[in-house]
Design a binder for this molecule. Structure first.
Ligand code: ADP
Length: 528
């Protein structure tokens, strides 16, 4: 074979091989494409399953046209195209355009008649198309609305009940308060950081200990608690808050969470307190009234005793002076011509003295009859008691037939005090007449007057019959007379009157006495 022919044959073969290669390449590309299409078709038949009750749609990025759709997808597309509701279509197109710009899953809801359809759009960049899947969420939507209504009603109920809730995650030390708890406790939700410590700081200092103890007990003893605490303010009334806490345990059995509610119970607590106060006041009033009734009953009793004692005393004590007045006047009338001037005067003085004694007696009875000291006439004035007492004694002695030996012990030239002259006369006359009456004529009577920082003291000391211990206790009771008085006349009223006089001056009276040795009566009065 010649070389030229061989060369030509080689070139032809090379060319043929190249052609064959390019055909092969073309064919394999076709095969590859066919394979890819087959794969897509397979995938699409899975993806765009006709049985799928939810719509599956694919839109082209370039034309924005629907490329694929399953049965449900076609239905939606048809509905949108034919729908008289242009707004719905507009909204769909708007959302579609949005979806092409989003990365990941973009979702939107559309309302088809009574149904709410949720669209999940995924833009596949490499393929330049958008897959859309739908789900009928009408039921979900209804549940959502119901949930919203329940939450709304729950919130309203919380507002009405003035209640808020809280939860404390002990592991992360994170506390959450419901919006209403801020409202219930009147705390600014923007500024306040919920924590146990910050909560305690809102309370009355007296409630801090209790709140902290309950909190620690809940954690250590795994026990819930109920506490009423006071929320305090600078500018408004305290609130009473019922705080209830419960525990939640973790896997290891330790408390991991505390949760609870706080309720404003101010109105309830206040009305309870008002009720309690009302009951208490009522009780006090009832007790007061009972006491008053008891006292008035006691007074009634006293008065009735007084009356019977008075009758007994009057029949005896009035008879004696009246008999001697009658006897003296009889003698004067009968023997007026025969009696000398001196005899008549003697009898007239006797009558006068008896009348004086009866007048004192009657006055005493009137004073004792007034059971309430406040009702007695009392007009104090500041004066020197030394001349006052001396004058009363002088006047008293004038009417006595024989004056007794009186000694004075006075430490100061003058003793000023605020006293009622009329009542001081009662006191002095009574003490002096008793000292004279209950002692022998030849024994002295010592009268003392002293002044201390805020009080004046005056006393009458005698060396007479004295008073027994038993009688001293009852000395100031009206009509009480000592067991040793014997024939000495008296009403048992003088010292009761004296006590009233001392009471009016806010002073006191003291007695020191011993049988057959003598008695010492001391009156102490405040200076003003
Ligand atoms: P009266 O002297 O009219 O009986 P009083 O009320 O003045 O009534 O005194 C009550 C009683 O106190 C007297 O009855 C007497 O027993 C006793 N008493 C009072 N002063 C003295 C006194 N200085 N010495 C002894 N007993 C006295």
């Amino acid at each position: 074979m010649d070389i030229e022919l061989l060369k030509k044959a080689l070139i032809r073969e090379k060319k043929a091989r190249k052609e064959a290669e390019s055909i092969l390449e073309k064919k394999s590309l076709e095969l590859y494409n066919a394979n890819e299409q087959l794969k897509d078709a397979l995938e699409n038949t899975n993806l765009f399953s006709e049985q799928n009750p939810n719509a599956v749609m694919r839109f082209s990025k370039q034309t924005k046209d629907l490329i694929y759709a399953n049965k449900q997808g076609k239905k939606i597309s048809l509905f949108l195209n034919r729908s008289s509701n242009s707004k719905l279509k507009e909204k769909f197109i708007q959302e579609l355009n949005f979806s092409f710009k989003k990365v990941g899953v973009y979702q939107f809801d559309l309302q088809f008649n009574n149904k709410t359809i949720r669209f999940f759009a995924i833009y596949i960049l490499s393929k330049k198309y958008l897959n859309i899947y739908t789900a009928d969420i009408s039921d979900l939507k209804e549940t959502e609305v119901q949930m919203q209504n329940i939450t709304k009603r729950f919130k309203q109920a919380q507002r009405v009940a003035k209640m808020g809730s809280w939860e404390l995650d002990l592991i992360n030390n994170n506390m959450i308060w419901s919006e209403d708890l801020f409202y219930v406790l009147h705390v600014d939700s923007e500024k306040f950081i919920p924590s146990h410590e910050n909560y305690v700081n809102l309370l009355h200092p007296d409630d801090h200990k209790l709140a902290n103890e309950a909190f620690e007990k809940a954690i250590n003893q795994k026990k819930g608690y109920i506490l009423t605490q006071r929320r305090i303010f600078d500018d408004r009334k305290d609130l009473y808050i019922d705080c209830r806490g419960k525990v939640r345990l973790g896997k290891n059995g330790n408390v991991t969470r505390l949760y609870g509610i706080c309720i404003d119970v101010t109105e309830k607590t206040e009305s309870l307190k008002a009720k309690e106060n009302f009951t208490k006041n009522l009780e006090i009033k009832v007790n007061e009234r009972t006491q008053e009734l008891k006292e008035s009953l006691e007074r009634e009793k006293e008065l009735s005793i007084l009356k019977s004692s008075f009758v007994a005393m009057a029949s005896h004590e009035f008879r004696t002076p009246l008999t001697s007045i009658s006897a003296a006047s009889d003698v004067i009338l009968k023997y007026f011509d025969k009696l000398g001037k001196e005899d008549i005067t003697k009898r007239l003085i006797k009558i006068k003295n008896e009348v004086k004694d009866m007048t004192i007696m009657l006055e005493d009875i009137l004073i004792i009859g007034k059971s309430d000291v406040q009702k007695l006439d009392y007009n104090p004035e500041v004066l020197d008691i030394i001349p006052l007492i001396k004058h009363i004694i002088f006047e008293y002695q004038l009417s006595e037939s024989k004056s007794r030996n009186l000694t004075y012990k006075i430490s100061l030239p003058s003793i000023m005090a605020s006293v009622d002259k009329k009542w001081i006369k009662h006191v002095v006359v009574n003490l002096l007449s008793n000292a004279l009456k209950y002692s022998e004529k030849n024994t002295p009577i010592e009268i003392s007057m002293n002044k201390y920082k805020t009080r004046v003291v005056f006393g009458f000391k005698d060396y007479g019959i004295g008073i027994s211990k038993k009688d001293i206790k009852l000395l100031f009771e009206p009509f009480h007379r000592g067991e040793n008085v014997g024939e000495i006349s008296g009403t048992g009223l003088g010292l009761s009157v004296l006590q009233k006089a001392v009471e009016l001056h806010k002073g006191k009276i003291e007695v020191e006495s011993e049988i057959k040795i003598g008695s010492n009566f001391k009156v102490t009065l405040p200076i003003t």
